[in-house]
Design a protein around this ligand. Sequence first.
Ligand code: NAD
Ligand code: TYD
Length: 332
Amino acid sequence: MRILVAGGAGFIGSAYLRRRLAAHPGDSVRVLDKLTYAGRRENLDGLDPDRVELVEGDIADRDAVGTAIEGCDAIVNFAAESHVDRSIQSPGEFIQTDVFGAFVMLEAARQAGIRYLQVSTDEVYGSIESGSFSEDSPLRPSSPYSASKAGGDLIVGAYRHTYDADALIVRGSNNYGPRQHPEKLIPLCILNALAGDPLPVYGDGMQVRNWIFVEDFCAAIDLVLQGGEAGEAYNVGGPDELPNIDAVKLILELTGRDGSLIEHVTDRPGHDRRYSLSSDKIRALGWEPGARFADGLRRTVEWYRDNEWWWAPIRSGEYRSYYQRHYGRALS
Ligand code: NAD
Ligand code: TYD
């Protein structure tokens, strides 16, 4: 197969390329990526150039998508604006890419008669006090990011219902692992701990997230692409749920730092208290949750320790001014 992987130069998309190419030696991929602040050519380093083609372009641009889709047998769409805090500061780009862009990709897939897999998030269900969301739970997104992702998901449902399009959805919980942009909690705290900078914890730090190692999420995506039923959504949650403060303390332990680096800062507006997914449906396809958080986190810390070349340019670039603006203090 030749797969069009939109957003393949980002964190999860590039992990998916690695998995797909290793698991399917006859396959090739075309990456369509706008290379925003979150997308990087370096994320494709080490992949066989004969099997990976990178096309720089916007998923909301019909012409770019029309050209990129030629000769492809399926689309996996990772492309999105993906950070909740940035969506609170600047929602328009999220609606443009995560809603309109998803529509453009889906429409192109429908016209080409190929499968479209929408990569989505547990955040579309909103917050849950106890228990877990199933695929039938109502969508109650609360941030501009999650509302935009929910918009994309609803269009996928409508295309299936109305046009019988071969489209389906995978909803993952919070991913972590190599090559995640340091704006997100786990890499932010790893890099701040390594540098001796404070670790900013929103509010009381008792918000609960369900963590999944990126390779385990990518395995689920591949399984659904191959064997998922059109029109269906599949939840993919990791094996461990924990309050943010516990995740942060584990990072301090793994980096040899103490609790004095923890700094409770102003909470995120509208902050979802807890996410939790039931993954029974994808388990029935043969998927297992994989790495426990403590193991995956150890591997992730090692990766960041060993790959300063990857994160140093980010930490000294646009991210520095974003950090200063958002947290009101400079990185060291
Ligand atoms: P990321 O921000 O690391 O990467 C996003 C990629 O999309 C980047 O390469 C960026 O350049 C590209 N992109 C952005 N706008 C684009 C556009 N208009 N056209 C083409 N390319 C564009 O994000 P990620 O964490 O890898 O997330 C990938 C997908 O998985 C997203 O759809 C996200 O909603 C979903 N998801 C993420 C998580 C998580 O914890 N990170 C969890 C569940 C689902
Ligand atoms: P994040 O990695 O931004 O993912 P999401 O908001 O999509 O879940 O944040 C994970 C959790 O960590 C979330 O509850 C917000 C919290 N958080 C902090 O406490 N401090 C921070 O500096 C960041 C970025 C996040």
